[in-house]
Design a protein around this ligand. Structure first.
Ligand SMILES: Nc1ncnc2c1ncn2[C@@H]1O[C@H](COP(=O)(O)OP(=O)(O)OP(=O)(O)O)[C@@H](O)[C@H]1O
Ligand SMILES: [Mg+2]
Length: 405
């Protein structure tokens, strides 16, 4: 992978050394090589694009039969599709959405988005335990909803920006200064409207506010802003994410926030902006012990925020079991333990651990993007089924918040 010229000099060979310079050199070498690698893998001319869907898949996304989709494709002029050499029809997501509009004309229930009186759903996916499955959950939920015709905004609040990378934007190359949410929530004169920061993605119905390292700045700026605060002239830190979302709320049905694995000002502000919270839990004892600390600290901090005027009214909260291994006895015991403590706040569906998810992740894809033909069929089907079950349970919670069944 690395070229010979790129190897970073090893200062340990000559005795004691200064780590800042070494890390700096390593970073420069790594950054250069990553750029080369990404250009090879994802060259500017090979931008990410969404695959086409079979009529069976389109039917499932629309909630109608396969034959009905094929019927509409031949009967309605505005519905387009492609036919393969073997006569099989395929549809882009835009084409699926056109069918949805056609169906919605006679039966509005086919159009799932919120009505005028329904409030924007803002779902914070959180837990300060690293690797608990936040990004995997957030990206699959966002895509699941977009595939079903909701208008979705993915908000990447993690400086590591894995969700942005999954959506085709490399945080270190494609996202510049003031192009993350930090640009819209910062305290100084460089603040800019969030409308200038939102990006369209290759995925119809799914927009993104990308993340990168500059999000960290909010954690440094906030204590200074709190110390300097002498009047109510600026929004407190916990109102800032919500205030930014207000400017674009009419454009979306659901916002999915991928929170960082920390409990800083950014996460607290995201929790205040949220209408619901999904806490991802990997069912292992160390993770559950860490979650215990997370819950206790979150509760204390949010209590302070509430005292300062923060709004903490939620539609729902849920614990989602992630990377579950059905044949692992201790995991099953921990799940039973959590259910006995938290009752139906633990989602019934669990995200099962699957090589289909991790393999697709290697090429920055979700299992919804990777086609069935790219993997072992049974593995793929099981993974999609598990992910669909989780996401449809969340969809039902969203619909319940809008007073629908
Ligand atoms: N259902 C699954 N099956 C297999 N692997 C999974 C599954 N869910 C997540 N993973 C893998 O586990 C790792 C951690 O998941 P993920 O990145 O979603 O966690 P995270 O909470 O966002 O981590 P961080 O705290 O670093 O942001 C990733 O490598 C991901 O591919
Ligand atoms: Mg993550």
């Amino acid at each position: 992978m690395a070229t010979k010229a790129a190897i970073s000099e090893n200062p340990q060979k000559s005795g004691r050394f200064s780590i800042d310079e070494t890390i700096g050199r390593d970073s420069a070498v790594l950054s250069g090589q990553l750029q080369v690698l990404f250009e090879k893998l994802f060259s500017p001319t090979s931008k990410k694009s969404l695959r086409r869907f079979s009529s069976r898949e389109a039917a499932s996304l629309l909630g109608v039969t396969d034959s009905y989709v094929r019927h509409i494709a031949t009967q309605e002029d505005e519905v387009t599709s492609e036919k393969s050499a073997t006569g099989k029809r395929t549809f882009s997501l835009d084409e699926v959405n056109t069918i949805r509009q056609v169906l919605g004309r006679t039966k509005p229930a086919y159009l799932p988005g919120r009505r005028e009186t329904d409030h924007l759903q803002v779902i914070a996916v959180t837990n300060f335990k690293g690797g608990s499955g936040k990004t995997t959950t957030a990206i699959h939920l966002a895509q699941y909803l977009a595939l079903r015709g909701y208008r979705v905004l993915a908000l990447d609040l993690d400086p590591q920006a894995s969700m942005s990378a999954m959506l085709g934007f490399q945080p270190e190359f494609d996202v510049n200064d003031n192009e993350t949410l930090y640009g819209a929530i910062r305290y100084d004169a460089n603040r800019r409207p969030v409308t200038e920061i939102v990006r369209q993605t290759y995925f119809p119905g799914l927009d993104l506010i990308p993340g990168n390292l500059e999000l960290h700045e909010f954690e440094h700026d906030t204590p200074r802003a709190l110390a300097a605060r002498d009047s109510a002239d600026t929004d407190m830190f916990f109102m800032r994410v919500g205030a930014a979302l207000l400017d674009i709320q009419d454009d979306y049905d659901v916002v999915v926030i991928d929170c960082p694995p920390t409990l800083g000002f950014l996460t607290l502000s995201a929790l205040c902006a949220a209408t619901s919270v999904l806490i991802t839990v990997h069912p292992q004892m160390l993770d559950v012990a860490s979650m215990n600390q997370f819950l206790s600290m979150t509760s204390d901090l949010l209590n302070v925020v509430k005292g300062a005027g923060g709004n903490l009214d939620y539609d729902w909260m849920g614990y989602l079991i992630t990377r579950y291994e059905p044949n692992d006895g201790p995991q099953a015991q921990i799940v039973a333990f959590l259910r006995s403590l938290f009752g139906d706040r633990v989602l019934t569906s669990m995200m099962v651990k699957s090589t289909a998810v991790s393999d697709a992740g290697l090429s920055k894809q979700t299992i919804y993007e990777a086609g069935r033909e790219t993997m072992h069929r049974q593995t793929y089907d099981r993974a999609v089924e598990s992910m669909d079950n989780v996401n449809s349970e969340v969809e039902a919670l969203i619909r319940k918040a809008w007073g629908r069944s």
